[in-house]
Ligand binder design. Structure first.
Ligand SMILES: [Zn+2]
Length: 385
């Protein structure tokens, strides 16, 4: 991966290059990223640049043996760590190295636009708690105590560093504090709150800025030539800097369409229930069907549905408070928003928001989803009266 192929603001690439060239690059970096960014690509490009035999001021050469090994994510001094868990093939003692092939294929398949949810789907391990675990940390310490294979930089990338298992993290403190020469640690995460402060304080913060709508839209036109310019612009606005989401919308991802339908039915029914409308309008059978079809999916899907509902509730709040200009919605979402406009009071909507948030928490804690959603339905109806 060369810097030129990383879809990230050029100023940030220049900043990293300058840090390397002036010898101010800290041995432990924290890439604070956001959903749908190319942060992993940036980390690989940085490692490749440090190990390149013939780098220019702007980029690695892309031709030398080291660059070629990096291009295949197969450089012996590149160590990748990522959340892992027991899978169909790995029945016990999971660790990143055992899933290295799967991870490489996954990264290539998505052209480095990767997020934890899609990785968990790939692992088919979404109902388990994945982590960068104690065995991974022991491996890091082991490689760190060895000489590098090619006499250059050893690069350790911890993708999804917030999933670093709490009891394992302290093992790394000393290494991050007093690293071996020519070693670089890059921690990547969207959720710094979940990382121990003692770890974060030992790193240099690199904030991955969101891409502008116009750069997203022009990249979409390259990746999806069938889109019109107007469509690409609309998608870029909704994606809000998240290129994974933009690509999903561009390829007509079905999930959000389902979510919107579920949301509409759910809240139609809640409104009918709260206002004692007819049983036909309450349509409780329809709700039971929705709940059982959501419960039949994996936990990530369930959380995504609730996150979608949060987004819609937030949009209802915004459109009720005349903040329409900052709304980012599709045509169909606008239709549903208009339908609910004025049906619920602001206070009710914010209580609903809290309730959905709580439900996400309970799902994360492995509660019974069908009970959680049924309970959520009645709680929402209660606050709507
Ligand atoms: Zn090179």
């Amino acid at each position: 991966m060369q810097f030129k192929d990383v879809f990230i603001d050029q100023n940030l690439k220049n900043k990293l290059l300058e840090l390397v060239q002036t010898g101010r690059i800290a041995h432990a970096q924290f890439f604070l990223t956001h959903p749908g960014s190319h942060a992993l690509a940036l980390a690989i490009a940085l490692g490749q640049y440090l190990c390149c035999e013939n780098p220019s001021d702007e980029d690695s050469c892309g031709e030398c043996p080291s660059c070629k090994q990096y291009a295949n994510l197969a450089h012996p001094d590149l160590h990748l760590y990522f959340p892992n868990c027991i899978t169909e093939n790995i029945k016990k003692d999971p660790e990143s190295s055992k899933l290295a092939n799967e991870f490489r294929n996954f990264v290539f398949k998505h052209n480095f636009f990767v997020n934890i949810n899609s990785w968990l789907n790939e692992l088919k391990g979404e109902n388990k708690q994945p982590s960068i675990n104690i065995r991974d940390c022991s491996n890091i310490l082991y490689y760190n105590s060895m000489r590098s294979f090619q006499n250059g930089y050893k690069v350790y990338i911890l993708w999804g560093a917030d999933k670093l298992y709490r009891d394992a993290a302290p093992k790394l403190l000393k290494t991050l504090e007093e690293p071996e020469e020519k070693s670089l640690f890059i921690l990547i995460s969207e959720e710094p709150d979940k990382i121990l402060n003692t770890i974060l304080s030992r790193t240099q913060l690199i904030k991955i800025t969101r891409l502008s709508d116009s750069s997203i839209s022009s990249n979409l036109l390259k990746d999806f030539p069938e889109l019109t310019e107007q469509e690409a612009n609309d998608i870029a606005i909704i994606a809000n800097g998240d290129y994974i989401k933009a690509s999903q919308l561009a390829s007509n991802n079905e999930d959000e369409t389902d979510f919107l339908e579920y949301f509409e039915q759910f809240f139609d029914s809640i409104f009918a229930f709260a206002h004692r409308l007819s049983l036909h309008e309450i349509n409780y059978n329809g709700i039971t069907e929705i709940i059982s079809s959501i419960s039949a999916q994996g936990r990530e899907y369930q959380k995504q549905f609730l996150a979608f509902s949060l987004k819609m509730l937030r949009n209802i709040l915004l459109s009720n408070t005349n903040n329409k200009e900052i709304l980012k919605v599709t045509h169909k979402e606008q239709y549903v928003l208009d339908k609910f406009n004025g049906k619920f009071q602001l206070k009710q909507v914010s209580q609903m928001y809290e309730l959905c948030n709580k439900a996400i928490y309970h799902i994360t804690r492995y509660g019974n989803v069908s009970l959680i959603l049924t309970d959520l339905y009645f709680q929402l109806a209660k606050v709507s009266v």
